[in-house]
Design a protein around this ligand. Structure first.
Ligand code: UGA
Length: 437
């Protein structure tokens, strides 16, 4: 008999997971405490931007396998329950806020059927899964809890869920592994690596992976600082070291650094947890990774002052990009928006453009100026900043754009524009980590 699955928490991770599990042929119910989210998903609209997800959601709803509800009782006879709620940074420290994961567990524990399996997917501090399992078993000893961390990237969420590069399951017994093998049977036939671990290792895999990615980015941004000081070019350096397969070329794009709802909060929560474990020395380096990352934003503003004026008051600055990365409308801890806000705070007149994230950016920072088109954004600008590397910005014709600005200076905060093309069109071109001659 086909498994019945529930997904608790229908944000980015949960909505994607629910639609993808349904596309594998399972009957899936998505649950959330936010009725507006449920209403929107049930009507076939995802309340955020993610390529391909809306289409998948609609076809799965039409198949009759996928449904959404705000009523927890609807999940009573599901066999597997995925917990996909958020673990944001606490307001007064570095740690992760576990209110939602424990809230979800406590809502389902008394109602789920005997023998069912709860599977955590949220990113949590190591030790959380064991605590949750203990609590669950106290309520219903016939149930079980496993951990199955998620590695999906925003912008590639569907692809990463349906064709993951590995599946990691933290289990305490064979039965839990067998159920998860049934859930992921399709990926297993495609020879996706299957890693079986204990609960703490499974939790750690996730934060270790994100810490490694953050380290790679901050490493190349540290090299960018050195290149600037020494007159080198970080883009050439990254290319050259990336040819070594032991290093690899991905995540070596120097610029204004990492943001979003995952990398920054995950490395901070990891540091906080290491302190609780008495192993803080092991993760001291992550403090430096965080500092290098935040410094990239300051260095960008320094470059603005150097190329425009120490006094930014009244300067018209066009900002291309608000999302924390392209193909997303997510502005959580977005380096682009942070820079835009800081420049505005220094007195500049800032206008921001983004193909998808304007609505979210305006909700968060309503006092910034926003433009519907690139042309409107740069009209009369003293300086253009490229801060999120959307494809449409790489496709800009600098010869046409130069006619619209007051001063033809562009600073590439993502090292993604074609420098020669912009220079040949008459622009003064600056970038982080490249000799700015
Ligand atoms: C990240 C991880 O890549 C996923 O594997 C993980 O599942 C996810 O967090 C999560 O924990 O849920 P995501 O936050 O979608 O995914 O974004 P990334 O693609 O990792 O990019 C993070 C940030 O790093 C972006 O701001 C991006 O612009 C920046 N970045 C990335 C660089 O500055 N340079 C690079 O070379 C690559």
């Amino acid at each position: 008999m086909t498994l019945k699955i529930s997904v608790i928490g229908t944000g980015y991770l949960g909505a994607t997971h629910a639609a993808c599990m349904s596309s594998l042929g399972f009957e899936v119910i998505g649950i959330d405490v936010d009725p507006a989210k449920i209403e929107s998903l049930a009507a076939g609209t995802i309340p955020f931007y993610e390529p391909g997800l809306q289409e998948l959601l609609q076809s799965e709803l039409a198949s009759g396998r996928l449904s959404f509800s705000a009523d927890f009782n609807t999940i009573k006879d599901c066999d597997v329950h995925f917990i996909c709620v958020g673990t944001p940074q606490v307001k007064d420290g570095l740690a992760a806020d576990l209110t939602y994961v424990f809230g979800a567990l406590r809502s389902i524990a008394p109602i789920i059927k005997d023998g069912s399996l709860v599977v955590g997917k949220s990113t949590v501090p190591v030790g959380t899964a064991a605590k949750m399992r203990e609590e669950l078993l106290t309520v219903n000893p016939s149930t079980d809890l496993a951990w199955n961390p998620e590695f999906l990237r925003e912008g590639f969420a569907v692809e990463d869920t349906l064709k993951p590069n590995r599946l990691v399951v933290g289990v305490t017994n064979d039965r839990a592994e067998e159920i998860l093998r049934e859930v992921y049977a399709k990926s297993l036939t495609e020879e996706t690596p299957w890693v079986v671990a204990d609960l703490p290792t499974a939790e750690l895999v996730k934060v270790a992976a994100n810490s490694f990615l953050a380290t790679k980015i901050s490493f190349i941004n540290a090299m960018a600082e050195i290149c600037e000081a020494a007159g080198g070019d970080v883009t050439v350096l990254a290319k050259a070291i990336g040819y070594d397969p032991r290093i690899g070329s991905r995540f070596l794009q120097a610029g204004i650094g990492f943001g979003g709802g995952c990398l920054p909060k995950d490395i901070r929560a990891f540091m906080a947890r290491s302190q609780e474990l008495g192993a803080q020395q092991a993760l001291e380096f992550l403090r430096e990774i965080d500092s290098i990352n935040l410094r990239a934003r300051t260095r960008m503003i320094d470059l603005v002052r150097k190329d425009l004026s120490e006094d930014l008051r009244g300067k018209k600055i066009a900002v291309l990009g608000a999302a924390f990365k392209p193909d997303s409308d997510d502005v959580r801890d977005s380096p682009a928006l942070d820079i835009a806000v800081q420049i505005q705070g220094a007195g500049a007149l800032v206008t921001v453009h983004d193909p998808k994230a304007i609505e979210n950016a305006a909700k968060r920072f309503p006092t910034l100026g926003f433009a519907e088109s690139i042309e409107e954004c740069v009209a009369g600008a003293d300086l253009v900043l490229h801060l999120t590397e959307w494809k449409i910005y790489r496709e800009i014709d600098p010869t046409a754009l130069i006619k619209l600005v007051a001063n033809a200076i562009v600073i590439d905060g993502r090292n993604a524009l074609d420098r020669d093309k912009w220079r040949n069109a008459g622009w003064k071109f600056r970038a982080l980590g490249r000799s700015n001659i």
